[in-house]
Design a protein around this ligand. Structure first.
Ligand SMILES: *Cc1c(COP(=O)(O)O)cnc(C)c1O
Length: 299
C-alpha cells in the first residue's frame, strides 16, 4: 500500500496487523508491543507507539493499544506478550533511539517467538531500509522474514513516498475500502521511486555502500581510539552511523556544522551521520578530517 510518509506507513502497518486478526475472528488481538523510546513517526498513534515521554508530552489523551519493553530486556518482552497482543513492532536498527542495531540472532529469536505465540512481526525499515544498512532491507542479513514492513525515507530519494509491504497472509484482511490515500501512489512519486529502485538494484551500488561504509566505520574507530575520553562508542551499520559521546552532543554537532558537515542528534548523546548512499571516498576522508578537527577542539 502506497502512502506519503513514514508515519503514515507505520500507522498503516498497525492497521494491517489489527485488521488481520479482526478478519480471522480475533478482534481482541489488537495490542502492539514496541520498544520503549523507539521512533515510528509523529502521528498520534505513532508517538504513543514510541513510549517516549518527550514525544507524547502535551499530546494526550493517550492513544491506547501499545505496550512497551526496554531495549535488550528479553524477559520483559516475553512477559508483556499476552492473549491480546497482535504484533511486535520495532526498528531493525533504531535510528532516533541512538543507532542501536538489533543483532541477527535476536531477530531470529524474535521471529521464532512470534511464530510460537502466533503474533505478527513488524519491522520498521523507514530509516534503516532501502540500502541504508548496505543491504536493501536491514533485516536481510539475518534471513528473517517479517510479516509487515513499513518503508519511506530512502525510497523517495528526497521526494515524499511511504509504503507498507506485507505478506499474503496478513494482506487478506485488507479488503477494498479498508484503507486509502488520495496522494498515495501518485504518478510522480511512483516515477521517482521507480528510478531510486533502478539505481539501488544495481549490485555495484549496494556493494559500494558496503565497502565505503566499512571504510568509514574503520576510520571513525581510529578517531575513537585517539579520543577515548570524548567518544564512548562508534555504532551502526552501513551508512547509518552514530558517534556516541560521553557528554551532550549539541556543541559537537554545532562545530561540525561550522565546518560544513551536517549531522543530526539521536538519543544517548549520539551524533548521527547519514551520508547520501552515493557518497564518494574523498568526501568520507574530508568528513573524517572535520570530525578529527572538532574532536581536538572539544577535548
Ligand atoms: C523517520 C521515521 C519515521 C517517520 O517518517 P516520516 O516520513 O517522518 O513521517 C518512522 N519510523 C522510523 C524508524 C523513522 O526513522
Amino acid at each position: 500500500m502506497f502512502q506519503n510518509s513514514g508515519a503514515e506507513a507505520t500507522e498503516a502497518a498497525i492497521k494491517v496487523a489489527r485488521r488481520y486478526f479482526y478478519s480471522i475472528g480475533k478482534p481482541n488481538k489488537n495490542r502492539i508491543l514496541c520498544i520503549k523510546n523507539s521512533f515510528h513517526g509523529r502521528t498520534l498513534a505513532a508517538i504513543f507507539a514510541s513510549g517516549s515521554k518527550k514525544m507524547t508530552e502535551g499530546f494526550g489523551p493517550k492513544v491506547t493499544g501499545f505496550d512497551h519493553f526496554s531495549f535488550g530486556d528479553h524477559n520483559s518482552l516475553k512477559k508483556k506478550i499476552n492473549k491480546n497482543t497482535a504484533a511486535i513492532m520495532l526498528e531493525t536498527i533504531m535510528g532516533e533511539g541512538g543507532i542501536k542495531v538489533i543483532p541477527d540472532w535476536c531477530l531470529k529469536e524474535l521471529r521464532a517467538l512470534c511464530n510460537k505465540k502466533k503474533i505478527l512481526l513488524i519491522l520498521d525499515e523507514v530509516q534503516c531500509g532501502i540500502g541504508r544498512s548496505g543491504d536493501f532491507f536491514a533485516f536481510e542479513k539475518s534471513k528473517v522474514k517479517p510479516d509487515i514492513v513499513p518503508i519511506a525515507k530512502g525510497i523517495g530519494g528526497g521526494f515524499p513516498i511511504g509504503a507498507v509491504l506485507m505478506n499474503k497472509k496478513v494482506a487478506s484482511g485488507m479488503t477494498p475500502g479498508t484503507h486509502g490515500s488520495t496522494f498515495g501512489g501518485n504518478p510522480l512519486a511512483m516515477s521517482v521511486g521507480n528510478t531510486v529502485m533502478d539505481i539501488i538494484s544495481n549490485k555495484k551500488f549496494l556493494n559500494n555502500v558496503k565497502s565505503l561504509s566499512k571504510y568509514f566505520l574503520f576510520k571513525l574507530n581510529k578517531v575513537q581510539e585517539q579520543y577515548p575520553n570524548l567518544i564512548k562508542q562508534i555504532r551502526g551499520r552501513g551508512f547509518l552511523i552514530g558517534i556516541q559521546l560521553y557528554k551532550d552532543q549539541t556543541e559537537f554537532i554545532k562545530k561540525l556544522m561550522d565546518n560544513q558537515l551536517l549531522t543530526i542528534r539521536a538519543a544517548e548523546n549520539v551524533v548521527r551521520i547519514l551520508p547520501p548512499l552515493n557518497v564518494k571516498k574523498n568526501e568520507i576522508d574530508l568528513a573524517i578530517k572535520i570530525i578529527e578537527k572538532v574532536c581536538s577542539q572539544i577535548k
